[in-house]
Design a protein around this ligand. Structure first.
Ligand code: NAP
Length: 327
């Protein structure tokens, strides 16, 4: 696999950003695009110089020249579309949130394992140089033992009830759309599933959470206080508090290029690392690296962790009484 040959399923907003990042990966190529509409596939293929386009997802996954498919449909389609790809023998990078709930996520993970294929949730933040540096600082003990995380990600979208952000039938709501970022950031720091999960959400007119706060408890008394919103702009920053110091990731922590280490009494250290392209190149590179060495999951974003995240979100939604129509 000298060149990793990509297919894109669902050429919407995020697929454009991913294709832009992918273009900056030297040993990867976008070879095909699949849409429910051939015209949309053609326009996207033209814009991003893909050789082939298809008017159905079935045709895309049947293309023998595609090694891995990037699933970029709305949350409600992730399970069905990932299973379609895996059952056609394709490796998959699936957009976040991986699934609507843990039940769907388990089906996807089991299918990947049964077919001996690579599968990963596209938590693009995880693969950025800043996050690598944060893990390094933690491993080196620069802040002692991490004891607490605070992180939030909220933005104010217009009130469009049919949009994927607010539409229950597309898995709308702030938790699944952006709450996943502070949750995934925390699980990176603490490296385990929370033992206790509690939260409160403001359920909007469409019946999904427009904003939410969450408190998580981990072993040895470690805690996280997180927030998310799709109708409320928040600081979009993250802090890790340790026994010997703190790490700050300023806005936008989830795709930022800066982290600041405050090591107790010592002078602060600023780490700046501009993205080579738009930040999506790093997750594409990680998929390529894994495929080349035959890994079926990334050690940086394991499927087990994806299942922790889905279980945590399920627990929160039970507390809020939020059940999606497809559940
Ligand atoms: N990593 C990030 O930074 C990031 C940012 C934004 C979104 N996302 C994730 O990416 C996914 C897609 O978000 P997006 O903003 O790109 O959405 P979008 O612009 O609506 O695009 C989704 C695409 O999926 C296809 N699709 C398949 N079934 C659909 C359905 N029932 N309704 C609507 N579209 C459907 C459509 O393409 P065709 O009909 O042409 O096939 C559509 O263009 C979401 O899960 C979201 O959480 C990630």
């Amino acid at each position: 696999m000298s060149i990793i040959r990509w297919g894109i399923l669902g050429p919407g907003n995020i697929a454009k950003k991913f294709a832009t990042g992918l273009a900056a990966v030297p040993d990867a190529r976008l070879v095909a695009v699949g849409s429910r509409d051939a015209g949309r596939a053609k326009a996207f293929a033209h814009e991003f110089a893909a050789e082939k386009y298809y008017g159905s997802y079935e045709e895309l996954v049947a293309d023998a020249e595609v090694d891995v498919v990037y699933v970029a449909s709305p949350h409600s389609g992730h399970c069905e579309h990932t299973l379609l790809c895996l059952n056609a023998g394709k490796a998959v990078l699936c957009e976040k949130p991986f699934a609507i709930n843990e039940r769907e996520a388990l089906r996807m993970v089991e299918c990947a394992r049964a077919n001996n294929l690579f599968l990963m949730e596209a938590i693009w933040m995880r693969f950025m140089p800043v996050q690598t540096q944060v893990r390094k600082w933690i491993q080196q003990g620069t802040i002692g033992e991490p004891r607490m995380v605070q992180a939030d990600l909220g933005f104010r979208a217009p009130f469009q009830p049919e949009s994927r952000l607010l539409n229950p039938s597309l898995g709308g709501g702030s938790l699944l759309d952006v709450g996943i970022y502070p949750l995934a950031f925390t699980s990176m720091v603490f490296g385990e599933e929370p033992q206790a999960v509690t939260g409160y959400a403001d359920m909007g007119q469409t019946g999904v959470d427009e904003q939410a706060v969450m408190t998580l408890g981990y072993t040895r008394g470690r805690l996280a206080q997180l927030a998310c919103g799709v109708r409320t702009r928040t600081s979009q920053a993250a802090w890790i508090y340790g026994t010997e110091g703190m790490i700050h990731l300023p806005e936008p922590f989830w795709h930022g290029t800066r982290a600041v280490l405050h090591p107790g009494e010592k002078t602060e250290v600023v780490f700046d690392h501009p993205h080579r392209a738009n930040g999506y190149e790093y997750e594409a590179e990680e998929v390529g690296r894994c495929l080349r060495v035959g890994l079926k999951e990334s050690p940086l974003m394991k499927l087990e962790e994806t299942l922790w995240l889905d279980r945590t979100m399920d627990q929160l939604r039970v507390q809020w009484g939020l059940r999606y129509p497809m559940e």
